[in-house]
Design a protein around this ligand. Sequence first.
Ligand code: GLU
Length: 302
Amino acid sequence: MDYQTILEKVSKAVAPLTGEGKVADYIPALANVNPNKYAVCIDSIDGNLYAVGDADERFSLQSITKVFSLAMCLSIKGEELWTRVGKEPSGTAFNSLVQLEVEGMPRNPFINAGAIVLADVLLTSFPDPEARFLSFVRELCGSDTVDYNLEVAHSEREAGYLNAAIVNLLKYHKKIERDVEEVLAFYFKMCSIEMNCKELARAFLAFANHSRFDYAGVSLTLSQVKRINAVMQTCGFYDEAGEFSYLVGLPGKSGVGGGIAAVYPRRYSVAVWSPRLNSKGNSVMGMKTLELLTTETMESIF
Ligand code: GLU
């Protein structure tokens, strides 16, 4: 398949959408991002890289990092992890408090409440969780310059009233062990990691379920990787997971930095970045790019 030509065609086709949507500005440091940036990159398991646009420019991964924390937590806890967090789609916004109030346990690891529980699992599992998480992520993406962005993390803490409410509710329900401020700070720090589309595609190639998953001491069976794909498919796009599944048909995860990473199992991973988001928090051009990619190639899991 000539992916380079397809990506060029798709990126031209989505160009008229430039200007649609709105950059996430509830994290003050993200409001300054150039909204017109756009990149898409495919990394294939046969060793080829295809890229268009600003694919060397790093951006804030935000919720995409929840896939990395899930991988780490699953490798530590195995199936027992699911006693701490559910695996059902939420159908509500990523930062919603409503279900947590009623159910007492986060619906899945990809909404904020669930990922905050994952942060607690990592904090209680390692003496040096920040360093561990970073070395895992660096090994996944093959770059040792990938890092936390402390300015973004601090900026989010300053405006993070809703996540502070979530962590307090979790503490009230005895779902987290560590101190609320410590958990929140680590959660924001994980969200602040930055990568470019080439690095992000490389990081997700590990989830394309094609070989041994063993990075910086984090090892998963292929069955566990398959299950992470299942959670991405059902819960990876906030309350738009059904729409993404319908339009694109690949497991993936989005973030409010405007990135989306997805995998075509056993074939390739794809990363796309465009900062303007729709009302659900997903990148407008990013979603359209992936929809056109799987339409052009006729390659999806369905
Ligand atoms: N750090 C962001 C928050 O907690 C992540 C949201 C996202 O990317 O979905 O609001």
